[in-house]
Design a protein around this ligand. Structure first.
Ligand code: SF4
Length: 531
């Protein structure tokens, strides 16, 4: 590792920053690294990292990487949770540390246990029995006030501290919830806090690459997308500041990774990529939109040695792309793929979903037809396509939050149809597990009762999850295989993304008539309620 922060504990508040999954995944998360750097930026705080290797199922208790201390030694345990499936590791981490998993069973002698991250921001309820409080929104916007109250109140009784924390904007304390939704906090001046790699290590997804967040949020309004609705509005960092970050990054090596929901949305992306190239950087990007897709960016990436880009058409049929408000026609997709291939890149990863609302077998045939067409067009260039196919999962706080997932057998049949239709033509198809996607659906629309099921699990498998639900008299169908009526109270209404329920309802109504919504105009707009 380069960039590890070691601090003396004397006189400081120790916080364990826990990624409830492997070192490899945690260190690949720029959000996790940012919070590590942010907390250690406080003179009176020492923040150390803790990971959990679920596959190893260690019997020994987890310890921090920096000083090898066990979790009960810390004043605060801060979980950074990105994905629903990491919920399964929360209880094992607490139990292996000798801590009672339920917040109600912990006392003054135990650390304060908090959580933040995209999935718990959208719906903290399934984990609410385990945590003293949640950070709803962006860490940089919540933590300054949170740290102030925390460090002042740690000597107080826990009840008193929680009461004070509950008054901090963006902090949700389940035990003290008063019926008023907690407003998501977001950083209005994005560039006031840097979001770059803090530690470089070879043991990550993007080995030894210096990552820079260039923009946050997304204004395109894809109706299924959690990031698109929970990170509004779209904000970007100025070119000068990005180049200054890149200069720092180039001291570690030549590899620079640009991150955003859609990197190509940055208004100065062409200039940025060209300047990075002049600075000698080998540039990669997290994801590009099908449209707009600048040739200059593609050329810059190719010249930097990038081999692969990812594009997400999401659906094969025009009808479904309109329904989800993807804002990309088949011609756009063809043009994008042609451009990528012409610039000499070697592989295009294409992301598709199955199980979208109203999807029929005909839509699946359209996906196969489109993929074969794309392959045929670019074959001569030596560029190949690979598909990743994932089931649609309804996410809290999106226009599709009310919709159901199709039955398991339908999803499996459609995935198999795509595989059979494409692999024989030499197109690689990667798929997500249907079973685990359904679990993700349960947790993303779940309520606090699921906590009891999570707490009673004695292993990590689909069979064990089903058993745990059954023991608690809970039914997965209730959570995922039914459409929720508009007047049904939603478990996640304890939090408020800023997007009004009326706007979400209108977007769903527009989806049902295949009507499009234009991207965020950013200026003078109060359409969805966030700005
Ligand atoms: S208020 Fe307008 S610009 Fe702001 S996030 Fe909503 S739609 Fe986008």
């Amino acid at each position: 590792e380069r960039g590890t922060i070691h601090k003396d504990w004397g006189g400081r508040t120790p916080i364990a920053l826990i990624y409830p999954n492997s070192y490899y995944l945690g260190m690949s998360s720029l959000g996790f690294q940012t919070i590590y750097g942010f907390l250690n930026g406080y003179e009176n705080i020492v923040c150390e990292r803790v990971f959990w290797e679920p596959k190893i199922r260690r019997a020994e208790e987890p310890i921090s990487l920096e000083s090898q201390r066990p979790l009960p030694d810390f004043d605060v345990l801060a979980f950074s949770i990105s994905y629903e499936l990491d919920y399964f590791n929360v209880v094992p981490i607490l139990v292996a540390s000798g801590l009672p998993p339920l917040a109600a069973d912990r006392n003054e002698s135990h650390p304060l246990v908090i959580a933040g991250g995209p999935s718990v921001t959208a719906n903290p309820q399934p984990l609410s029995p385990f945590f003293d409080c949640f950070a709803i929104g962006e860490g940089e916007a919540i933590l300054p006030r949170f740290i102030e109250v925390l460090t002042r109140g740690l000597q107080d009784k826990k009840d008193q501290l929680l009461k004070e924390l509950a008054s901090v904007p963006g902090v949700y304390v389940p035990a003290l919830y008063d019926g008023k939704p907690v407003s998501r906090q977001w950083l209005a001046a994005l560039d006031s806090a840097a979001t770059t790699s803090v530690i470089l290590t070879a043991d990550t997804d993007l080995s030894d690459m210096y990552l820079i967040e260039i923009a946050r949020g997304c204004g395109w309004g894809c109706r299924f997308c959690l990031a698109g609705f929970w990170f509004r509005p779209f904000r970007f960092r100025p070119l000068d500041s990005l180049l200054a970050h890149a200069k720092n990054g180039l001291e570690y090596g030549r590899r620079i990774g640009l991150l955003a929901a859609a990197v190509s949305d940055h208004p100065e992306i062409d200039e940025l990529v060209s300047r990075l190239h002049q600075m000698g950087a080998v540039t990669s990007v997290s994801s590009l939109r099908v449209r707009p897709l600048s040739r200059i960016v593609l050329r810059g990436l190719a010249e930097s040695g990038t081999q692969t880009v990812s594009l997400a058409p999401e659906a094969g049929s025009e009808r479904l792309r309109q329904l989800i408000n993807k804002g990309a026609t088949e011609d756009d997709i063809i043009e994008a793929v042609d451009n990528v291939a012409e610039q000499g890149l070697r592989q295009i990863k294409l992301y598709f979903m199955i199980g979208l609302p109203t999807e029929s077998d005909d839509d699946i045939e359209e996906t196969i037809r489109l993929a074969l067409n794309l392959k045929g067009r670019i074959e001569r260039t030596g560029c190949r396509i690979a598909l990743t196919v994932e089931p649609f999962v309804p996410k809290a706080g999106t226009p599709f939050q009310w919709l159901a997932m199709p039955p398991e057998e339908v999803l499996k049949r459609r995935i198999n149809r795509i595989k059979n239709g494409l692999t024989k033509s030499g197109i690689e198809v990667r798929t997500e597990s249907v079973g685990w996607s359904l679990v993700q659906g349960v947790l993303s629309r779940g309520d606090a009762r699921l906590g009891a099921a999570l707490a009673s699990m004695s292993g990590y498998s689909l069979a064990e999850w089903r058993r745990a639900l059954e023991v608690r008299d809970l039914n997965a169908d209730y959570y995922i295989h039914r459409e929720l009526p508009f007047d049904e109270p939603l478990p996640w209404s304890v939090v408020d993304s800023g997007v009004t329920p009326e706007y979400l309802g209108e977007e769903l109504a527009k989806a049902r008539r295949w009507a499009q919504t234009q991207p965020c105009p950013l200026k003078d707009c109060h359409e969805c309620g966030v700005c």
